[in-house]
Write a protein that binds this ligand. Sequence first.
Ligand code: ATR
Length: 297
Amino acid sequence: MPQINGGTKICGIFGYPVEHSFSPSMHNAAFEHLSMNWAYVPFPVRSPDLPAAVESVRALGLAGVNVTVPHKQAVAGLVDELSPAAKLSGAVNTVINREGLLAGHNTDGEGFVRALREEAGLEAASAPVLIIGAGGAARAVAVALALSGAPAVFVTNRTEKRAVGLCRLLSDGTGCETAVVEWPCETEQMGEKRYLWEDVLNSVGLVVQTTSIGMSPDFDSAPPFPFHLLGRGHTVVDLVYNPSHTAFMKRCRAAGARVFNGAGMLLHQGAIAFELWTGRKAPLEVMRRALKEGIGN
Ligand code: ATR
């Protein structure tokens, strides 16, 4: 525990519920490691209280906050300025207080791109991408990939109109080439879809699973997918990190693809937020250890 005194800088996280967040242990471990007089506090904030909570960042002189479910979109309308990724995705997960001016960022997407580079050795700009899902997580990742130069983004989603909306947002906002792909059915029943999916998977290098399917306790579920069309040239990231190996990851790995879970994105979104608030390089391995202990418990 840090010694709280007159010089302690405070940051934290707004969400509801927020008690399960791994961010406090990750950031407080980093502050302790660097002997910084900072503390990171979880704040349970209900939706009606959000405007007052955001105002309190200014009033109480907090250094900044992370924002999580269900507030990421609402906070985008409550801060003074937005980063390009936050503006385009319409979601903020990190607020910085610069002497009373509140700037909203989206380090989820940037964290994904950095994890891709540092954990998987893959540049966002190196190959077209397939995104499974079209919700908030898909939007953050797809926007960051498009802004980082991904040559094309394919989107498939159970509810097709949300995939259409995400593709439109990407092509209008970044000029990135996009296409909606029909939601896959079980491999054996693919019929005509087989040729479509062969084309898509021949052209993409990265597949990102952004839905909540397979998340604990739903261990055995995976989205329908033509797993047999995957191979060694594919890198697959499942944004789920609990369990650390989802049923989707297992099937992709069995087909020959390289697979990663969502822990890298979680770690790097935290590292980028840390750097934005403190101006210091994040102690990545310390944060990784704290996160691993949290997820393990
Ligand atoms: P998040 O912010 O975590 O992305 P979200 O915005 O509610 O959450 O989006 C959830 C995503 O998971 C959506 O793409 C959703 O598909 P729909 O748009 O069709 O609802 C997808 N999803 C969740 N459960 C699903 C399921 N059982 N089968 C297929 N897709 C699912």
